[in-house]
Design a protein around this ligand. Structure first.
Ligand SMILES: Nc1ncnc2c1ncn2[C@@H]1O[C@H](COP(=O)(O)OP(=O)(O)OP(=O)(O)O)[C@@H](O)[C@H]1O
Ligand SMILES: [Mg+2]
Length: 317
């Protein structure tokens, strides 16, 4: 089991992750879903002992990530968001080297595993190609293959299908699911709702470094169908009257980091999407410098805290 206990990471004055608590069960596929800058990568890098939490604690199988850094590292394999493949080596050598560093497999076993994953993702013929000459999608596949071949107890994939074409994405999801069938716990960071939905047993939605909601994809979609997210930038360091919004039953959560306020709402009740909340704020003389709202739901249901491509921006009044 992996436990985040009020974990936080502060870079200078920015809380990239704040007060984050979550338990991840063995052999679960957990999707971390959130828009750009939500804190997904920071969370995974803290768990993987690359970053040290600045507050709270994280443990992996009962081992604290700070005190037992080396033991934790042995349990985890990370496919990084920005592939860190060595440009000098070809794909085969990169994977073989990775297995040499992270597993106790002998040469024959390593060769067999590497060949198996490279054939599966259709990179066998390109196995000698320098990774810096590869396309973005090919490089990403090599990065994912590191963890697929390693088969660690805890497998972390940070945006595993960014740059991948559609057939490759479907294949990668299948291979990640198979990894879990073999016994790994899997954590996938993504800003794509369909990826979180199709891959995960459970989704944790993250925004502004905080956990917004966690549940099965079906339940999240069911309970938040048509939910909306409203982002406000409050002017002049003014305090934000959270209690004014709390009185609305459709408001599920309000988070604030400095002057940026995010309001998570269930489907708006009659009276318009924004009308009631905003007019209340205006009446209270809260000066809103800028606001972003999600578009009305499209034909498919959407996620709360959703993805930035659904945001429409307009200046506040
Ligand atoms: N090393 C760092 N130094 C300073 N700020 C950082 C550092 N790493 C991340 N941040 C900041 O922390 C916040 C969270 O970043 P993070 O990379 O964890 O987000 P993310 O959810 O992975 O986003 P994306 O979807 O774009 O990958 C951002 O505001 C980012 O600018
Ligand atoms: Mg990231």
């Amino acid at each position: 089991m992996i436990t985040f206990n009020r974990a936080g990471k502060r870079f200078g004055t920015l809380d990239a992750v704040k007060d984050f608590s979550l338990e991840i069960q063995d052999r679960e596929i957990l999707g971390l879903l959130g828009p750009n800058g939500a804190g997904k990568t920071t969370l995974m890098l803290m768990m993987g002992t690359v970053y040290r939490p600045t507050s709270g604690a994280i443990s992996v199988d009962g081992l604290d990530v700070v005190r037992h850094q080396n033991d934790v590292r042995k349990l985890i394999g990370i496919a990084f968001q920005d592939p860190r493949v060595d440009g000098i080596l070809g794909a085969f050598d990169v994977l073989n080297w990775h297995l040499k560093m992270t597993t106790g497999l002998n040469k024959e076993e390593r060769t067999e595993r590497v060949e198996q994953v490279l054939r599966a993702v259709d990179l066998w013929d390109a196995r000698k190609k320098r990774t810096w000459l590869m396309s973005g999608g090919m490089r990403k596949k090599v990065e994912d293959c590191k963890v697929l071949a390693q088969r660690p107890k805890i497998a972390v994939f940070d945006e595993p299908t960014a740059f991948l074409d559609v057939p490759s994405r479907l294949l990668m999801w299948k291979m990640i699911r198979e990894l879990r069938e073999e016994g790994s716990t899997v954590i996938v960071a993504t800003n794509m709702m369909d990826e979180a939905e199709r891959l995960s047993d459970r989704v944790a939605i993250v925004n502004l470094g905080k956990l917004v909601a966690t549940d099965s994809p079906e339940r999240l979609k069911g309970t938040t169908k048509g939910g909306e997210v409203l982002e406000l930038i409050v002017g002049d360091g003014q305090a934000f009257p959270r209690e004014l919004l709390a009185q609305f039953s459709e408001v599920r959560d309000v988070t604030q980091i400095e002057n940026k306020v995010t309001v998570y709402r269930q489907r708006a009740l009659e009276g318009g999407h924004l009308g009631r909340c905003l007019s209340q704020l205006h009446r209270s003389k809260t000066r809103i410098a800028y606001q972003v709202e999600t578009l009305p739901p499209a034909s498919s249901s959407r996620w709360p805290g959703g993805t930035s491509q659904h945001y429409s921006a307009r200046p506040g009044s």
